[in-house]
Structure formats: structure tokens, C-alpha cells
Design a protein around this ligand. Sequence first.
Ligand code: NAD
Length: 501
Amino acid sequence: MTAVLDATPTSLADWTRHAAEIRPRSGIYIDGDFRAARSGATVDSVNPATGEVLAAVASAQDADVDAAVVSARRAFDDGDWSRSAIGDRKRVLLRLAELITENSIELALLDSLDMGKLVTEAYAVDVPSAAGLFAYYGEALDKINGEIAPTEPGNLALVTREPLGVVGAVTPWNFPLDLAVWKLAPALAAGNSVVLKPSERAPLSSLRLAELATEAGLPPGVLNVVPGLGETAGAALGRHPDVDVLAFTGSTATGKRFLRYAADSNLKQVWLECGGKSPNLVFADADLDSAVEKTLFGAFYNQGAVCSANSRLLVQKSVADEFVAAVVARAQEMRPGDPLDPAAAQGAIVDEAHTRHILGFVDRARRDGQIQAGGQRVSINSAGCFVEPTVVTGLGPSAELITDEVFGPVLAVQTFDDEDDAVGLANSGIYGLAASVWTADLRRAHTVAARLRAGTVSVNTVDALSAQTPFGGFKQSGFGRDLSLHALDKYTGLKTTWIAF
Ligand code: NAD
């Protein structure tokens, strides 16, 4: 790949030319090197926009996961990383941030080809965010102090943060690079070793990232990557008796499994970032033009495969007809296209099974609701997995499109009378990841935000997010927080060292 610091590609032809140069890594990454699964098993990585097989990726089984954990433990105990000088660790993380930036084109393409997202979004948003996060935690390292607790005279009680040991990280397919980095950057900065199990639907960027980490100076074994199926590689990591912490992002159903794995093995700490069905509340006094644009972004960005997607639109009745008509008109313009085409408004759905899963929701919704926009599979170049942005109205509060996460480009619309009604609808259901509120009234913004059971409330925007702010859920959206300095809480243990003089 000759992409290093090439000029930004600007056309479908540019991106297609770069894509032809991609040579995906396909092994299990242990001790700073790739190897095949001991069983020889592989899982094909398929481009959902074309159906083309990109790579036969090694499928890790119990023995491979065990080898990765043994390597991570040895690296942790050796101390080359876990007990290294803060300045050395910082240099490696900052160098890794640089290498990610230097390989932006390749990393963006790996995610786009692997799971169908628009390459321009991967390049402009995901890759810079990944680099920025390694820089953020690298920079944080020499600015965090320990504590001295108050004691009686003649004593000194030091409170320090210690790395926990071997962290297992299990990640989903929707932002393959970024969500791996959300775990890796704070876990590595804290001095842990990590075994990463990326989604079998999009493992390629994680494998390349591990190689870049070694190039940046991370000692072998500190980051191992075990691609493979959830029920084999994921379960093996969840059940492994020598993993100290399991940090998971994925569906609520799978998150519950990890709690069981921990209870049945070594009581490892488990941190869960799970699903959502986030409401977007639009009051009549809001800037409705901005609200329309952000409603579309909140519902359809990344083909709706965003854990905090604003997949429920709640509009005040007095403006509902006008507002929904504007959303429908704009949704009809957002045509899916080749994910490598900078002119496409939507990319591909990750695979055939998920495409059918999304269309199943839409078909069942035809019975009770009205499909106002979209609702169809689209054929791009007569191949691939593409679904139109879809808007559904007329659903009752217990309809599955209101209660269940679709993880696709499907927006369900409800209407409300007043604040109490809006909050009641918004807080219904099992999830509590994110919510948005649109209003010009400062009192209403504060009071409604305070009443919403959501880890992030965005006011007059959607899906507000930064490296500096914690991200995670209430209720069955999980617990623990990614991003910000609070993420370090998951990867460190507090130690008290008490000295009596
Ligand atoms: P998923 O739960 O199917 O898979 C997530 C990971 O768990 C994958 O690596 C998978 O291989 C593994 N896994 C699956 N079954 C397993 C099992 N039986 N044992 C062990 N591991 C197993 O989720 P997905 O389809 O990859 O991702 C979509 C889900 O992720 C959505 O629910 C979405 O909301 C959620 N998500 C949450 C956040 C967040 O920060 N809260 C962010 C992104 C995605």
C-alpha cells in the first residue's frame, strides 16, 4: 500500500484505485506477528457493496485465544510496558497516533470495504478520531496525579492507580476502527496488556492497527488480536480465567452473556456498552430547519448503524405534519450508492443477513404503520446490500419499531402533546443510551434534559460526542463509560499504600 500521506482522494476513481492496492492482513496477531488459527479455520471477510471476498481471516478458537492471553500475561509481567516510564509510554501512543494519520487512506478503506460505510466518512471522521484518541490518552499520562488521603499524624496514605493486567476487548462492526480504539487507547495508556476480539463482520482494520502499534514501539504481546466468531473466540475470551477485565461493546443480548461468562469463570470485571433506541424530541418552538437536518443525520448516519442513533423521532403535535413532511422529503433524497463514491449519501449494510433483518422490521411495520419514505432494498451496480432511508409513522407505543433496536436506516415517528407526554414516551423502553431535545426555551431544555434517562442528552443537536466527554448508557444500554479521563476508571484499580512512620 503506497497510501502514506498521499493526497486526499476526491473521486470514485481515486478511491477505487487505492482500494485495488489494499492487501488485508488475515492472521491472528500474537507476540507482534501474524499466524494462522491452530485449527486452520477461517471466516471470509466480504465486501457488502459487491459481494467480493476480501480475505479469508483466521478464525480463533479456544487454543488461539489461550495463546493470546498467555502472551499478554507474559508481556504484562515482564513490565516492559506495564512498568515503563510514563514518558516512554506517551511517546509510543503519540507515535501510534501519527502512524494512524499517515495510513489514513488504507485504514478508511479497510473499514469501508469490510462493512460498507462511506469511505469519505471513515476518512474524514473515524480515522482522525482514532488517531486523536491515542494522542489524548498519551498526552493525559503525565498530567494525572495520585492522591494522599487524610490520616492521623505519623502516617502517610498514598492512593495510586494500578493497571489491572490482561484486558479482553470485544467490539462490534459498526465503527470497527474507532470502537476498538475507544477500548485500546485508555487500556494501553494505563499500562495493561490487551487481547482484542473484533467483530467477525469487520476485523480488518483491527489487524492492521495492531501491526501499526508494534511499529510505533508497543512491545510484542502487549496488544494481541484474535479475530473469529463470537460464540467461539468471543466466548473463549469471556470465559478465560486469566483475563482480568472484559470491556465489551455490542448488543444488549451479547452483553448479558459476558456477565454470565464472568460469573462462571473468574469474576473478571465486565464493562458493557450495549444497544439503544434513542429518542429525538422536537418541540414546536425549536429551530425546525436545523432540527430536520440533524434528525436525518441522527437517524441515518452510517446507515443507521450507530448505537446512539436517534431512531425514534418524537414531534410536538402542533408542528408534526409540517416537520415530518420535511424529514420525509429529505430522506427521499438520501440515496444509497457505492461506498467509495464521494457523491453517495448512504453506504451499504454490513451483510446479507443484516439487510434481511432490517427489511423484516420494515415489512412487519407495514401492517400497523405507514411507510412514508424508503422501505425498499436498492440495487447498486446490480449487487450488494443497500436499503433506502426509511421513515415510518402511525405506530403504537408497543410496536417493535418503537421498542426494539433495528441498527439500520429506519426512523420511527411518534407525536406528543406536552413536556410530560414527551418525557414519558422518551423514557419508555429498556434502553437509556442517548436522547436529543430541540427547543428555544432554556428552562425547557434544562428541565427536560434532567428528566431524560440517558447517558448523553444533546440539546439543539444530536449525538454530541467528543474525546473529552464520557459516553455510555443507563438501564440496559450498559454501564461504565468510554472516552474522557473517566474511561481510565475501567482499566485501573485504586491501590492504597499506607506508611506508618
Ligand atoms: P453483537 O453483540 O452481535 O457482537 C458484538 C461482539 O460480540 C462481536 O465481536 C461478536 O463477535 C461478539 N459476540 C457475539 N456473540 C457472542 C457470544 N455468544 N459470546 C461472545 N461474544 C459474542 O453486536 P454487533 O451486531 O456487532 O453490533 C451491534 C450492537 O452493538 C448494537 O446493539 C449496538 O447498539 C451496539 N453498540 C453499542 C455501542 C455503545 O457504545 N453503547 C457502540 C456501538 C455499537
